[in-house]
Design a binder for this molecule. Sequence first.
Ligand SMILES: [Cu+2]
Length: 174
Amino acid sequence: MKISPFAAAAAYAVSFVRIALLGGLLLPATVPGSETADCLSVSNAWARATPSGSSVGGAYFTIVNRGKQADTLLAVSSPAAAMVGLHRTTVENGMSRMRSAGQIVIAPGQTVKAEPGGLHVMLMGLKYPLVAGKQVQLVLTFQQAGAITVQVDVQPIGSAAPEGHADPRSQANT
Ligand SMILES: [Cu+2]
């Protein structure tokens, strides 16, 4: 039996709709935790819940560059924190340490993940605790893409601070 091009196209269209429904592609463009500027997307944005009284928190996300040009993450800010830094946790001589990560370059086709134990956003001087189930806003400023605002989901993870550093009030050498 020969399948006409029209039938094939119709079958394709039907399967696409099904995939779109399953994949949630029909959700509004502003999905929490996922924002896109042209070819650069920030997704999977989440933060650890913080105990009340804690002044620091960690936030994580995935940046994908689907464009043809490299882009650079210059800075991160948040209305929830007095200061926001991009840090990288490394293990040196069995000790977990944290350093400023500097500017993050995302090459064309590259995926950069901020995750516990590695690159992370450090929220310092929190103005209020990060409560599980709530969201917090992060603004990521890129050289090419400009400012991308991301709604970060706060997740109930029982650690007080990202690995490699403690609350500055309890540890001077942070
Ligand atoms: Cu840090």
